[in-house]
Ligand binder design. Structure first.
Ligand code: PLP
Length: 391
C-alpha cells in the first residue's frame, strides 16, 4: 500500500530529504546482493564493483560537466562541506598564504559551523550579509576579495528560501582576485544545470538524498590540480581525499539517481514551478490577513515556497498540518528540534516573531495538483481559524 492510500499523506518537505525512487532502490538492492565486492580487490568480484563505482563517478561528473577524476565520493553534503573548508584553509596555513575565509550569513550549518570552528582556530572568517530578497551582496564580496582571501564559500541554492545565488559572477570575481571558490550545491545539484567550469568552481558539494537517492552518500568536486589537506588516514581510497572502503550500494544508487535527474530535470522544474505558483496564489486568495513571502520570487528554485503568517506560530501550523497528513517544516531539518528562529530568515532582516511564524513548503516528484488543492484548503483553514481565535 502506498503512503497516499494508507493515509492522506502529502509530503511537502523535499528540501529536507526525498523518498528514494523505486528505480534507485532496485540498483541499491542489486549492488548489495550481487555486486558486494570491494572495489580495491584485484580479482574479478572486486573489478565488477570498481566498474560500478566508476560508472557512478562518471554520472556525477557528467552532471557537473567535470571529469571523473575531479569527483570524490563522501558520506554526504556535510562531509563534503567540512572537507572543502578545512582542506583549503589548513593547506593555506601550511603554505603561509592568506588565512581569510569568506562565507555568508545564511549558509547551511555544515558550512556555518565549520566556519565558526575555523574562526576559533585562529582563521579570519568574514560572514557576508544577505539582502532582503535573499542574495549575497556582491559589492561587499568584492571589497573583501581585494584584501586577499584564500577561499570563498557561497551556497548555490539556499535550503530554506530557495534563492539561487549568481555563482557564475561570484566564481569569476574569485578567479579575478585569486581566491578559490567553493559552492554548496546540495539543493541545486540535479535540479538546476551546473557547469563547474563556467561557474569557475574549485570545489562543489552535492548530496544523494536530496535527489531521490539513498542517504549517507554525496560527493565533493575538486578542480584538477587542487591539493586539499585531508584529515583521515587509512587505505587511501578516493585518492586519499576520503579514505575508507566506499559505500558501494549508496554510491551505485546515487549514480542512478543522478542519471534520472539528468533525464527529467527540465520537465520536472517547469512542472514544479507551476504547482508552486498555484499554491502561492491559492493561499493568498484564501487566507484572511497577512501572509508574506520570505525571499524573492525572482531567481528562486521552482519547488520552494517559504511564507510567514504574522501573529501565528509556524510550529502550531506544522503540527495541525501533520494531523491532516501534510508534512512541511519551519526551517531546515537540521535545525528543527531547536526553538531558535531560523538564522536564514533573521539574515534576511525578519524580526524573531515573524521568522517563527514561517513555514517552508518544498515540492517534489510526488507532488500532484490534488496535493496543492488539499494543502491550500487545509493550511488556509488553520490560519483563518487560529486568527479568528486570537480575537
Ligand atoms: C544546503 C545544504 N548543505 C548541506 C546539507 C547537508 O547534506 P547531508 O544531509 O547530505 O549531509 C544540506 C542538507 O540539508 C543542505 O540543505
Amino acid at each position: 500500500m502506498s503512503d497516499k492510500q494508507n493515509k492522506q499523506l502529502v509530503y511537502m518537505d523535499h528540501s529536507a530529504t526525498t523518498p528514494v525512487d523505486k528505480r534507485v532502490a532496485d540498483v541499491v538492492y542489486e549492488t548489495m546482493l550481487r555486486h558486494w565486492g570491494n572495489p580495491s580487490s584485484k580479482y574479478t568480484r572486486g573489478g565488477e564493483a570498481k566498474v560500478i563505482l566508476e560508472q557512478a563517478r562518471e554520472r556525477v561528473a557528467e552532471m557537473l560537466h567535470a571529469t571523473p577524476a575531479e569527483v570524490y565520493f563522501m558520506s554526504g553534503g556535510t562531509e563534503a562541506d567540512n572537507l572543502a573548508l578545512y582542506g583549503v584553509m589548513y593547506r593555506a596555513r601550511e603554505k603561509g598564504v592568506s588565512e581569510t575565509l569568506v562565507t555568508t550569513a545564511f549558509e547551511h550549518s555544515a558550512v556555518l559551523k565549520t566556519a565558526e570552528f575555523l574562526k576559533k582556530e585562529g582563521f579570519h572568517v568574514v560572514f557576508l550579509p544577505i539582502d532582503k530578497g535573499g542574495f549575497v551582496d556582491l559589492d561587499v564580496l568584492e571589497h573583501e576579495l581585494k584584501k586577499g582571501v584564500s577561499l570563498v564559500s557561497v551556497m548555490h541554492v539556499n535550503n530554506e528560501i530557495g534563492t539561487i545565488q549568481p555563482i557564475e559572477t561570484i566564481g569569476r570575481l574569485c578567479q579575478d582576485y585569486g581566491s578559490l571558490f567553493h559552492t554548496d550545491a546540495v539543493q541545486s545539484f540535479g535540479k538546476l544545470p551546473i557547469d563547474a567550469g563556467s561557474v569557475h568552481a574549485d570545489l562543489l558539494s552535492c548530496s544523494s538524498h536530496k535527489i531521490y537517492g539513498p542517504k549517507g552518500v554525496g560527493a565533493l568536486f575538486v578542480r584538477k590540480g587542487l591539493n586539499l589537506r585531508s584529515f583521515a588516514r587509512g587505505g587511501g581510497q578516493e585518492k586519499g581525499v576520503r579514505t575508507g572502503t566506499e559505500n558501494m550500494p549508496g554510491i551505485a544508487g546515487f549514480g542512478e539517481a543522478v542519471q534520472l535527474c539528468f533525464e527529467e530535470m527540465k520537465t520536472e522544474n517547469d512542472r514544479l514551478g507551476k504547482l508552486r505558483d498555484r499554491l502561492w496564489s491559492g493561499l493568498q486568495e484564501k487566507i484572511e490577513g497577512e501572509v508574506l513571502l520570505n525571499g524573492s520570487m525572482e531567481n528562486r528554485l521552482g519547488a520552494n515556497l517559504n511564507i510567514a503568517f504574522p501573529g501565528l506560530e509556524g510550529e502550531s501550523l506544522l503540527m495541525s498540518l501533520d494531523m491532516d497528513g501534510i508534512a512541511v517544516s519551519t526551517g531546515s531539518a537540521c535545525s528543527s528540534g531547536s526553538d531558535k528562529p531560523s538564522h536564514v530568515l533573521l539574515a534576511l532582516g525578519l524580526d524573531e516573531r515573524t521568522a517563527q511564524s514561517s513555514l517552508r513548503l518544498t515540492l517534489g516528484r510526488s507532488t500532484t495538483e490534488e496535493d496543492i488543492a488539499y494543502v491550500i484548503e487545509k493550511l488556509s483553514g488553520h490560519v483563518n481559524r487560529f486568527r479568528a481565535m486570537a480575537f
